[in-house]
Design a protein around this ligand. Structure first.
Ligand code: PAF
Length: 279
């Protein structure tokens, strides 16, 4: 795997590859890699061409300074995992490479409704920061395909909207969530859970399974059951919602269309999110 830290170097390397007709797949990450990220690399590799990953803990998407401060960092282990997974190129920039004119002077995008609900409502400014960094990374890497995980369902919708707004030709590929044996969605933040928190963390998954299984019943009742279960296990639930899977319009009840159930809950200071499609 070739590692680049400078924009100018990765740009010239990729532009040579593109001139030779190579197709570029890109997996943006904030490091602290887990099997979910590696699954994205594997999917990208299966599609052929060159696989590029980035590791950059983007300061502009953290609405909570403490979360940023405690975000896990494990670059050496990440490099080993990516190498083993057969990733071809790693972009490992520092803040001055990504934001050469400072974070304040980078253009932002407006994602309208998507910024006002769920993660957008609970993490003000988060999607502005995500849009900002992904736009910049796409501009640097210029990938043909962009791989993202369904675990961040709303983020995927924001990035789809970014691609639409920028008339991008990059095709987005969303890969299913990779889970631990008890159903807990793989996440970099999981490594901050202590033993007791880890023991109960799979309850979010169980709640999603029950929301899916109870399709057709009164969602208000199901939601209250989940809230009670989560609270009993020590979670502080932020939201338990049903939404239209294509527009993310929130629904008070089950519908006949494709929906997605979404949960965000805190265990101590660690915030976990997960979702499940109802088809
Ligand atoms: O999902 C993430 O890890 C980040 O939000 C992303 C897409 C790499 C942007 O910083």
């Amino acid at each position: 795997m070739v590692i680049f830290k400078k924009v100018i170097d990765i740009q010239s390397f990729i532009s040579d590859l593109k001139a030779r007709g190579e197709v570029i797949s890109f997996i943006p990450t904030m490091g602290a890699l887990h099997k979910g990220h590696i699954f994205l690399v594997e999917n990208a590799r299966k599609a052929g061409g060159i696989t590029v990953a980035s590791i950059f803990v983007n300061p502009t998407q953290f609405n909570d300074k403490e979360d940023f401060k405690h975000y896990p960092i494990s670059v050496e282990a990440d490099i080993d995992m990516l190498t083993e997974a057969g990733c071809d190129i790693l972009f490992l920039p520092d803040v001055s490479e990504v934001y050469p004119n400072g974070t304040e002077n980078m253009p932002t995008h407006n994602f309208g409704y998507l910024e006002t609900i769920l993660e957008g409502a609970h993490r003000p400014g988060h999607f502005k920061g995500v849009g900002q960094v992904v736009a910049r990374l796409l501009d640097i890497v210029k990938p043909d395909r962009l791989y993202m995980g369904q675990k961040d369902y709303q983020q995927c919708m924001v990035i789809k909207d970014l691609l639409r707004q920028t008339n991008s030709t990059t095709q987005m590929v969303v890969s299913p969530t990779v889970r631990e044996d008890d159903g807990l969605a793989m996440s970099s933040r999981n490594r901050r859970l202590n033993e007791l928190q880890r023991e109960v963390a799979g309850v979010i998954y169980q709640c999603l399974v029950s929301i899916v299984a109870k399709k057709g019943s009164d969602f208000a009742v199901v939601k209250k059951e989940c809230e009670d279960i989560l609270k009993a296990k020590g979670f502080d639930p932020e939201y338990i919602e049903l939404a239209d899977a294509d527009t993310l319009q929130l629904n008070n009840s089950y519908t006949n269309g494709r929906q997605v159930a979404l949960i965000a809950a805190k265990l101590g200071s660690i915030r976990l999110i997960d979702n499940m499609l109802i088809e």
